[in-house]
Design a protein around this ligand. Structure first.
Ligand SMILES: Nc1nc2c(ncn2[C@@H]2O[C@H](COP(=O)(O)OP(=O)(O)O)[C@@H](O)[C@H]2O)c(=O)[nH]1
Ligand SMILES: [Mg+2]
Length: 465
């Protein structure tokens, strides 16, 4: 547990709910003197004194200023330490959501001895009093700002300690490695020592590294959850990509014409479906110049294919496929099999299904974007691809940029140690590096963490949290 500085004992006050319209607002008071401060601004209907009431009870009454003027009819939620979010005595005032009332109550609390809380100060206190560790505190912020259901689930799991467990696992492995290192140094015979030690350290470092690398992959996945899963529509000009894009969006967003090359550059649109943000990208497509496909169009399509998480390869089913198109499709199918969904569009017209053979094994759908036929199947196929994409990663926590950077530093150091393990091992040096590494791991969970880091972590919170 960290030491509570005098400033962390002070009674702080802040609005915990968002400003703006709504029926009720919640003002929070926490700190050593919060009960006394609350007594000064509370006039209970029961005529009783708030602080003398049992913990975790609710009391009806009025919030008053130092003249005894009633500011609002409110409910006081009395929560005595230690069973509170901050681990300190806490009073929450639920008042009417009017900015003048809110400001007047906060002002009254300040006159009564509280001070305005800084960003994240309530959560920082919970951390300082040992209510949760730093990864859990960070999860609280992620919960508040969760951009999707999936991200929310991850943050909730993290709050229960999934990320802390992962970091602790790494810590335990490092400690084991360190003790092995020191034991070998003392007990093994000289010739035996270098050989055994090298093998052992290599194996263990490889193990920790793979854990770190998996966790880092999670981070990249999570950025996707936040920013949107990239779903690209790729295919020849006039295949109906823009029509499909619009049909999926449910509005005339991209311009659809039968003049080849209407969509000159990519168009992007966000939509929220099945717990994820979808970032739909309508590309210009494989342009026909004279009799052949323009090279630039092919290149651009490949560039987009690399970036895409899910690729909708739109094929015009109403006409035979050209040999050039076949080449492109074949290459796409080989290189990006995992992310392709083949869409045979214009299936309301005559169908030329011979092209289907090169896509065997890939998901294929026969649709008509213009007639709005099969759109639900397309959505379902996309959702399935996303699920398989994310299930692969088994994400159960959300990494912040801070944690990701620390992970990268740890990884770099481990790789360095691994490289420095030559036949002539300098045990002291390896021990030294390992100890240094352990310090970094402690920064992850916040077991040993500087004031400065705490300030950066909690400044990302809102005031009142
Ligand atoms: N019959 C039919 N025509 C379609 C279908 N989808 C698109 N089209 C037409 O094909 C032409 C090209 O469509 P567009 O969406 O601009 O293709 P893009 O170049 O791939 O973006 C337009 O005239 C559309 O009306 C479809 O499912 N059936
Ligand atoms: Mg288009």
């Amino acid at each position: 547990m960290h030491a509570l500085l005098p400033k962390d004992q002070e009674t702080i006050v802040a609005l915990a709910t968002a400003r703006g319209s709504g029926a009720i607002a919640l003002i929070r008071l926490s700190g050593t003197d919060s009960l006394e401060v609350a007594n000064r601004i509370a006039q209970l209907s029961s005529q009783l004194i708030l602080s003398e009431q049992p913990s975790h009870t609710i009391h009806h009454g009025f919030a008053v200023d130092h003249h005894g003027t009633k500011l609002d009819e409110v409910l006081f939620l009395l929560m005595k330490a230690p069973k509170t979010f901050t681990g300190q005595d806490t009073v929450e005032i639920s008042c009417h959501n009017n900015q003048f009332i809110i400001d007047a109550i906060i002002q009254a609390a300040i006159v009564a001895g509280a001070r305005q809380a800084t960003a994240g100060e309530f959560t920082m206190r919970g951390f300082l009093t040992g209510k949760f560790d730093l990864t859990q505190a960070e999860a609280i912020n992620e919960i508040i700002h969760a951009p999707s259901e999936k991200a929310l689930q991850c943050s909730l799991a993290q709050l229960k300690g999934s990320l802390s467990q992962c970091f602790e696992g790494i810590e335990v492995q490092l400690v084991e490695l360190l003790s092995l290192c020191e034991a070998s140094f003392e007990f093994l015979e000289e010739e035996q020592r270098d050989l055994d030690f090298n093998l052992m350290v290599h194996a263990r470092i490889a193990d920790i590294l793979s854990k770190i690398q998996t966790t880092k992959k999670h981070f990249n996945m999570q950025q996707q959850i936040k920013d949107g899963v990239r779903i690209s529509l790729i295919g020849s000009v006039n295949a109906g990509k823009s029509s499909l894009f619009n049909a999926l969006l449910g509005k005339e967003r991209a311009i659809v014409t039968n003049v080849a090359g209407t969509t000159r550059d990519s168009i992007e649109a966000n939509l929220y479906k099945e717990g994820y943000y979808w970032l739909l990208i309508d590309t210009a497509g494989l342009r026909q110049a004279g009799d052949s496909i323009e090279q630039r169009g092919i290149e651009k399509s490949y560039e987009e294919a690399i970036k895409a998480d899910v690729m909708l390869l739109v094929v015009d089913a109403s006409r035979p496929t050209t040999t050039e198109e076949l080449d492109v499709y074949q290459r796409m199918a080989q290189e990006y099999a995992a992310k392709i969904i083949v869409i045979f569009n214009k299936s309301d017209l005559a169908c030329h299904p011979q092209v289907a053979t090169i896509f065997s094994g890939l998901p294929m759908l026969y649709v008509s974007a213009a007639e709005n036929i099969g759109m639900a199947d397309v959505e379902q196929a996309i959702a399935q691809k996303i699920t398989s994409l994310f299930d692969l990663q088994q994400t159960s926590f959300v990494l912040t940029q801070r944690q990701f950077n620390l992970m990268s530093e740890i990884e770099k150091k481990l790789l360095y140690i691994e490289k420095s393990l030559t036949s002539q091992v300098h045990y002291e040096l390896v021990s030294y590096e390992l100890k240094d590494l352990l310090e970094k791991v402690c920064e992850l969970t916040g077991k040993r963490v500087s004031e400065e880091i705490l300030d950066t972590v909690f400044s990302k919170f809102c005031v009142g949290k």
